[in-house]
Design a protein around this ligand. Structure first.
Ligand SMILES: [Zn+2]
Length: 547
């Protein structure tokens, strides 16, 4: 049965559910779905588990992918769905897809902030994550975004005002640029978001606190502190059902060793930590992150960096981000994880890219204006249709205004659909690098020696076939997140005289091999099984027959 999946399309929630149903019916041996929790509005958050019937899913190294932690960052769901489709359609024909489902279990939560994404798709509003009104349940004083002209988009309003801070860009009068400090004559404007003002006093127009101020990506129990409460974006750690569901699932699923969370925008693969620089981290993990980042960006062309060091400008570092998912999953769980910021309209337009390997320089007003001009040119040449031409409107509070500007959702925050499939393919390849690099235990070089009649010595090598350590990260071992590797021998009527059927081995580094050895009593012709079991690097079993 062929499942129709469209890579160049954004799926609303009902469409995702229908697609998942079809996948589960068409590929019952490769995929199953189950609920992991409910959203604030009561929608069921689902996880897709992908693994072939070769081996038991929970006994394979697990890789976790989620998307749409933030409501409007719907490109993330597109990459997650693309990955699922690719794995299912290519299993058995493509060597990588086959190995990924035979030797790994891939967990995909295609959308976390489902309520928020539904609002994003079905109304003109944009929001950060949950639809729960926070911290206030009533509209606060100030300007609230609203689609006044009813065209389906919340864009901008410009109003002629001799004291305005903006003027028309002479090279492209659709765009507004900052008025110079010495400019006294000319036409000037004030520029606001399209909307209405609550408790308008006839003079001041300032942006109100948004209705939906919650940020579920500041809601994880990692370095959460009162700072987050003070800026009113998170109530207390794990206060939201979306974050609680994800955290519970990741705690329960012991085999998960790596993770990827898809966001927009910026074209950068972000890695831990948000709170400390590389030099304060586990250095072996930093080395692995850099190696994997460099290898992966060959597919995407994105940058990669430590959030604190490369993503936050030096001026922002005295207030590091708190309660961030990536810090929790790495620092508290020891899972090797990335958050990828997909898409950048200015990169697509050929503007100068951010260099994330250096201290990040925040753009000046002039640089931003030059980028917007270039973006407008690229937008027009490609007939993207993402600019609402300025048009007059009678504002109930401000009088005559003009409404217009960029459509915020499918150009600025997410790519127009024609760019989607290529973006998905490249990012899936980056993530596949991470999945291939994961640790995987194996039993090899088995030697059986007959020491005396009925007495055998069995030796073997327990190897980590992957590049990464068996704990997922070196930090995992340091913080005791993973149990030792257990190697044991079993068989009918065999006895191990010293009682040590089970041997415990420390975590293995990438490609490392260690010896295991038993003396046992048994009969010739008996089948003996050697099992090596690691929480995060899988379980391997090999049978030998006593000679
Ligand atoms: Zn985000």
């Amino acid at each position: 049965m062929k499942v129709t999946y469209e890579p160049a399309k954004y799926y609303v929630w009902a469409e995702i559910l229908a697609l998942v149903e079809k996948w589960c019916a068409a590929f019952p041996k490769l995929i199953k779905q189950y609920p992991i929790g409910k959203t604030y509005e009561g929608r069921t958050i689902i996880c897709l588990e992908l693994s072939s019937s070769q081996g038991v899913a929970a006994e394979k190294p697990g890789y976790y992918i989620d998307a749409n932690f933030h409501a409007g960052e719907v490109t993330g769901s597109a990459v997650a769905l693309y990955t699922v489709s690719w794995l299912l359609e290519n299993y058995g024909t493509d060597a990588d897809a086959t190995a990924m489902l035979d030797n790994r279990t891939i967990y995909v939560v295609p959308r976390v902030s489902i309520d928020g994404s539904e609002m994003y798709f079905n109304t003109p509003f944009t929001l950060r994550s949950s639809t729960r009104l926070f911290p206030f349940t009533e509209d606060q004083p100030g300007l609230h975004a609203e689609d006044l002209d009813g065209d389906g988009y919340i864009t901008q309003m410009r109003i002629k005002d001799p004291n305005g801070d903006y003027k028309l860009n002479p090279e492209d009068p659709r765009l507004m640029i900052k008025r110079g400090p010495d400019e006294v004559t000319g036409d000037f404007y004030r520029v606001y978001q399209e909307g209405k003002i609550v408790e308008f006093d006839g003079i001041e127009v300032t942006a109100a606190r948004p209705r939906w101020g919650l940020d579920v990506n500041r809601n994880m129990p990692a370095f959460w502190d009162i700072d987050v409460k003070l800026i009113l974006i998170s109530d207390h750690s794990l206060s939201e059902p979306e974050t609680k569901s994800v955290a519970d699932f990741l705690i329960k699923q012991k085999n998960i060793a790596g993770a990827q969370s898809y966001h927009t925008t910026g074209e950068v693969h972000l890695r831990p930590c948000a709170t400390i620089p590389d030099k304060a981290m586990n250095q072996d993990d930093v080395t692995a992150y850099k190696e994997l980042g460099t290898r992966g960006v060959e597919f995407t062309g994105y940058g990669h960096c430590n959030i604190f060091e490369g993503y936050m400008a030096p001026s922002q570092r005295d207030k590091p981000l708190r309660g961030v998912y990536l810090d929790w999953i790495y620092n508290h769980r020891g899972v090797l994880s990335w958050s990828t910021e997909l898409w950048s309209p200015t990169n697509a337009a050929g503007c100068t890219k951010n260099d994330y390997s250096k201290d990040r320089k925040l753009q000046t007003v002039k640089e931003r204006e030059a980028d917007l001009l270039k973006m407008a040119k690229w937008h027009d040449e490609n007939n993207l249709g993402c600019f609402v031409e300025w048009h007059e409107f009678d504002h109930p509070q401000l009088g005559k205004v003009e409404i217009g500007g960029w459509k915020p959702k499918f150009l600025i925050q997410n790519p127009p659909t024609r760019f989607l499939a290529d973006l998905c393919e490249r990012n899936m390849r980056f993530t596949n690098v991470q999945i291939k690099a994961m640790a995987e235990v194996d039993v090899r070089k088995i030697k059986v020696e007959v020491m005396a009649d009925g007495l055998y010595k069995i030796t073997c090598g327990i190897v980590n076939k992957g590049y990464l350590p068996t704990g997922g990260t070196h930090l995992a071992e340091q913080i005791k997140m993973v149990r030792p590797i257990e190697v044991f021998i079993s068989g009918k009527n065999i006895t191990v005289p010293n009682g040590k059927e089970k041997i415990k081995l420390p975590q293995l580094k990438g490609r490392e091999e260690k010896k295991a050895e038993w003396l046992l009593l048994g009969k010739a012709g008996t089948k003996v099984t050697i099992t090596a079991s690691s929480e995060r690097a899988g379980t391997a079993r090999v049978e030998v027959v006593l000679p």
